[in-house]
Ligand binder design. Structure first.
Ligand SMILES: [Zn+2]
Length: 177
């Protein structure tokens, strides 16, 4: 059983879980059974990792929930086969990760090559207003953006999402963001 499965089993038993530093905090209306407590203690570290929010404010579990929701929508509302629905959902996760982990850079230097703003080679702002812009030459953007997407894919993979949905190498071929 994985930590995620142990978490599911505990919730099914009516236990609410939270974290406090490196500790699991349990809340339940009735005392948990020894079997459930045993599960939780065996998987404690893994469950704490699942529930701990990353620097973008979402925990691995939040990402899993987001992924499952999107995959469900694509499968049932979009009538896609499950594998394709997961590919589409994975692309949504990558887009969401990029939005939640914005990059801002000072105006005047290209984030890609480090060069400056020239009349024949101007720096352009990429990004969205509330989080600020990353400044790049237009020719430097594709490689920089590909690197950002690879970062997002790596973050998803580290949380166990990509391994089921899609191999990163196939990502670009499937209508990624
Ligand atoms: Zn540049």
């Amino acid at each position: 059983m994985s930590a995620a499965e142990a978490l599911k089993a505990a919730r099914a038993a009516g236990i609410e879980l939270g974290i406090d530093g490196a500790d699991l905090v349990l809340e339940a209306s009735a005392p948990p059974t020894a079997a459930v407590l045993g599960l939780l203690s065996r998987h404690k570290a893994g469950i704490v990792t699942l529930l701990r929010p990353g620097r973008d404010g979402w925990s691995a579990e939040d990402w899993q929930v987001f992924f499952d929701e999107r995959a469900g929508i694509a499968e049932f509302d979009g009538n896609l086969p499950r594998a394709q629905a997961e590919v589409r959902s994975f692309a949504c996760c990558v887009g969401e990760w990029l939005n939640r982990n914005p990059v801002r850079s000072p105006q005047g230097h290209c984030l890609g090559c480090g060069g400056g703003d020239h009349g024949h080679d101007p720096l352009l702002p990429f990004g969205i207003e509330p989080t600020g812009y990353a400044w790049l030459h237009s020719r430097c953007w594709p490689a920089w953006h590909a690197g950002r997407k690879a970062e997002a894919v790596a973050a998803m993979t580290a949380m166990g999402i990509a391994t089921r949905a899609v191999f990163p190498d196939d990502f670009g071929k499937n209508g990624g963001v």
